[in-house]
Design a protein around this ligand. Structure first.
Ligand code: SF4
Length: 585
């Protein structure tokens, strides 16, 4: 009788086959286990423990930062220096940096991540090329940047910086984070960098000054009579303003109060803390030093002579934060290109973004009423009243924050000549965007891209809206989908979304040129109609302007006529009314 194992499969019973399979599997398992050296270990990711930036290192370690406009950066550098930090600015992100970002960063990131990580690596490599060792660079430099918890890739920036510098061979290089959602109250966790009242308010002023000065210069430069004069004067003006931020005399009770009062205040720690904080706030926001610095800046710019009779299309630049802010390869040098092509541009202030964050915090709190805390039963009147009071207090707190911010921004607008644009009304933006984009679809600019497009069109505040969106940007892709519906509803809208990436500059410029052609035609027609409506000849208007030097001053405020967009059209209407008034007088 043959053994069952030697019989062909078809002649064996089912039990015998299963027994045979089990035997072979066990045999293979034994073989594999014999080759295995150690049992498998599960590896969980842990955020690398970073060496802290300590207070003792302040004098020797240099803080690097960048990524904003040069005006904002110069002013912020002054603020860092005023608090005793060593600081260096990174150059404007460029294509070489972008390539390094791609080389050392993760795949599938959005464009600003590549630009920002890459330009940090480029700078560190530059230090190495100048003779510093990697260890010296890691020990003597830290990078300061903003962070967030998302929901878009902004939440990954910190991790991306760490990964990219690690991959580039700068093991242990430190990244210090300023959390977008926590504001200045969030200590960085690093004792070396402290968000004091002076540092926080100085930074806040620097951002607002930078915003208004950018806005003002964009209104003056296209009309300057001497080409390049605005830029030349701006350089000197910014140097002075940054030095004023750096050399600012901080408020101290002992220096500002008479000695008998200062001694009394200093005796009591609590009284000292309250007096000192309030004094610093008042001094930074309303003090003479701030006023003097702004007055000097305005006086310097006042020297530029302008000719507002040049007909130019007004282009509002919106889009994603980095793409609409950076002044180099990151947005194809779009600001310079637009001005070269004969446009006047309206840039986006960072302050509008800050107002958006404040509005969001307030609206979230309102929408989550009775979700975060349990609603007291109807019969517990006392508890209900208390809960309601607490809720209203917090809403009022947000409201005061918004009001104060707007008030301070308006004050800077006034002191810098009064021609800068006021901050947008966030409630109006929500209302305009509502049919197309949900106000809590967060990430990037959220509903703002759609809302601004409609706002500048319906209020006739721009001939064309150009939205700069980085390649791979999640929120911008969403809002782009919606913009086609928006354009269908607003027939006279000229809206152009441009995707910015490290390449394709010529293609992007040619698309902008085409849309700009339409905007130029719109601006010319509007100017012709405005001139005809006055019944005057252009020569007469020019002659009047030539005899009235105040009309050639950059801070002369030309009133905005309802329904008229262009600077030249508004100017012609205004001059004509001045001429009529003069004749009547
Ligand atoms: S808004 Fe867009 S480009 Fe900016 S960080 Fe988020 S995903 Fe990236």
């Amino acid at each position: 009788m043959p053994h069952a194992d030697t019989l062909p499969l078809r002649l064996r019973s089912r039990t015998e086959i299963e027994h045979e399979i089990k035997r072979k599997v066990d045999e293979e398992r034994r073989r594999l286990e014999a080759h295995r050296t150690s049992p498998p270990q599960r590896q969980h990711f842990h955020r690398p423990v970073e060496r802290p930036f300590t207070a003792a290192e302040r004098k020797s370690v240099t803080i690097l930062f960048g990524g904003l406009t040069w005006k904002h950066e110069w002013l912020l550098r002054g603020v860092f220096e005023s608090s005793g930090y060593k600081v260096e600015l990174l150059p404007t992100p460029d294509v070489a940096g972008f390539q390094l970002g791609k080389e050392f960063g993760n795949n599938g990131q959005c464009n600003p991540t590549y630009f920002m990580t890459g330009h940090l690596i480029k700078y560190l490599q530059g230090l190495e090329a100048k003779g510093q060792t990697r260890q010296q660079i890691v020990d003597n430099y830290v990078f300061f940047t903003a962070g967030s918890c998302g929901p878009c890739r902004f939440g990954m920036y910190e991790a991306e910086y760490r990964l990219a510098v690690e991959n580039a061979g700068f093991h242990g290089f430190r990244i210090l984070l300023f959390q977008q959602n926590d504001g200045i109250n969030a200590a960085s966790g690093e004792a070396g960098l402290k968000f004091t009242v002076d540092f926080g308010l100085g930074g806040f002023n620097a951002l607002n000054f930078g915003d208004v000065l950018n806005d003002v210069c964009c209104q003056i430069r296209p009309y300057e009579v001497q080409p390049g004069e605005t830029e030349r004067i701006s350089q000197g003006m910014m140097q002075d303003l940054a030095a004023a931020m750096r050399d600012r005399q901080m408020f101290h009770v002992s220096k500002r109060f008479p000695s008998w009062l200062a001694d009394r205040v200093l005796e009591n720690k609590k009284a000292e803390a309250i007096t000192s904080t309030l004094g610093k706030i008042v001094d930074h926001l309303w003090g003479e030093q701030t006023k003097t610095a702004l007055t000097h800046a305005r006086q310097r710019l006042e020297q530029v002579e302008v000719d507002r009779l040049r007909v130019k299309p007004l282009v509002k630049v919106t889009g994603e934060f980095f793409a609409q802010t950076t002044e180099g390869d990151g947005n194809f040098h779009m600001f310079q290109f637009l001005e070269r092509e004969g446009a006047e541009i309206k840039v986006e202030p960072i302050a509008n973004w800050i107002m958006y964050l404040l509005w969001q915090a307030k609206a979230h709190h309102r929408d989550r009423k009775w979700l975060d805390t349990q609603r007291p039963p109807a019969w517990a009147l006392h508890k209900r009243a208390l809960a309601e009071l607490k809720f209203r207090q917090k809403q009022a707190f947000y409201g005061i924050g918004e009001g104060l911010y707007r008030h301070l921004y308006n004050r800077i607008l006034r002191e810098l000549g009064g021609i800068g644009h006021e901050l947008l009304d966030q409630e109006e933006l929500v209302r305009l965007a509502r049919p197309y984009y949900h106000r809590f679809a967060r990430g990037g600019e959220g509903h703002l891209e759609v809302a601004k497009n409609i706002y500048y069109t319906v209020h006739k505040k721009a001939h064309m809206v150009l939205s700069l969106k980085p390649f791979g940007c999640m929120p911008s892709t969403q809002s782009d989908g919606t913009q086609s519906a928006v354009m269908n509803h607003f027939k006279d809208m000229i809206f152009l979304p441009i995707e910015t990436s490290g390449e394709g500059e010529i293609n992007a410029h040619s698309r902008v040129q085409m849309a700009l052609g339409e905007a130029k035609a719109k601006a010319k027609l509007e100017f012709q109609q405005a001139l005809e409506s006055t019944g005057r000849r252009l020569d007469d208007i020019q002659d009047y302007v030539a005899h009235h030097p105040e009309l050639r001053r950059p801070f002369y405020k030309v009133p905005h006529t309802k329904g008229v967009t262009g600077t030249a059209a508004n100017f012609v209407l205004h001059v004509s009314s001045l001429m009529s008034r003069r004749r009547a007088a």
